[in-house]
Design a binder for this molecule. Structure first.
Ligand code: BTN
Length: 252
């Protein structure tokens, strides 16, 4: 591993329920130096956002959780962990997918899309201590070698579908760790403005009008900002600002 700490403690498992759950257990037992990665070849109870499940064919994709202890980060700023993680996945994908052919974007809050198809999902679970983040379990599911997805996951893609070859999972994981570490060190140095710019520059639909659904209504609005807390700000044609938390709004 070509990093200072990220992925240096690597726990590789044949199978577990969920790497996020496994990592959380390890934290409880004090067994997770900064940068510990729990990587499983198969999850029996892989978890997605909003209580969804996360499915990946055995041995085909990357399903792992990275543990960090960002005690310097105040709870109001915890969304920066989503930002740096999405940016690290994006930076890693940029090494494989030439920008001339592939549009890699972050879909708020932290899905990663390639040409509008989802290639990765992120589930971050923070353990808070007072007003700081004591530990963070950053779970990532990245579609690498899986060739087909369920009918319900039609909008999914993988590196292998896009580039028509197989990838070594460990190499992809190492590349992610390298990019994550660089971004995390920037966060530690309070480079908030720089990170915000990078996030917005790569955000799907930023400054564009599109349709959204909230509280049973479908409306047209411009994605105008993401607040520091992570709230999505949509501005309607009537210049009304609407703010949404995760789960409260649907992109349609
Ligand atoms: C989503 O898009 O809904 C988030 C999916 C996150 C999946 C990853 S796979 C590794 C880690 N362990 C889990 O149980 N979930 C995350």
């Amino acid at each position: 591993m070509n990093t200072l700490f990220t992925g240096r403690t690597l726990i590789e498992l044949d199978e577990t329920t969920s790497t996020n759950t496994h990592a959380t257990q390890l934290i409880k037992h004090g067994k997770t130096p900064e940068g510990t990665v729990v990587w499983a070849h198969f999850q029996t109870l892989g978890r997605g956002q909003y209580g969804n499940t996360w499915e990946a064919k055995r041995g085909k994709n990357l399903t792992f959780s990275l543990v960090i202890h960002p005690i310097f980060l105040s709870t109001e700023k915890q969304f920066y962990l989503s930002k740096i993680t999405s940016l690290a996945v994006l930076a890693m994908l940029t090494e494989y997918l030439p920008a001339s052919q592939y549009d890699i974007q972050i879909k708020w809050p932290n899905d990663i899309l390639v040409n509008k198809h989802k290639i990765a999902g992120i589930l971050i679970e923070n353990i808070l201590r007072g007003s700081f983040v004591q530990s963070s379990v950053i779970g990532i599911g990245l579609n690498v070698n899986q060739q087909s997805f369920k009918e319900t996951k039609k909008a999914a893609t993988s590196l292998s579908i896009l580039l028509k070859k197989e990838f070594d999972l460990k190499t992809v994981l190492e590349l992610f760790c390298k990019h994550f570490e660089a971004l995390y060190l920037n966060l530690k140095q309070n480079k908030f403005e720089w990170l915000n710019k990078l996030y917005l520059n790569n955000l799907f639909r930023f400054n564009e009008f599109a349709n959204y659904k909230a509280g049973g209504n479908i409306f047209n609005a411009k994605l105008s900002a993401v607040e520091e807390s992570g709230l999505l700000v949509l501005t309607t044609e009537q210049h009304e600002q609407l703010k949404f938390n995760f789960k409260e709004v649907e992109f349609i």
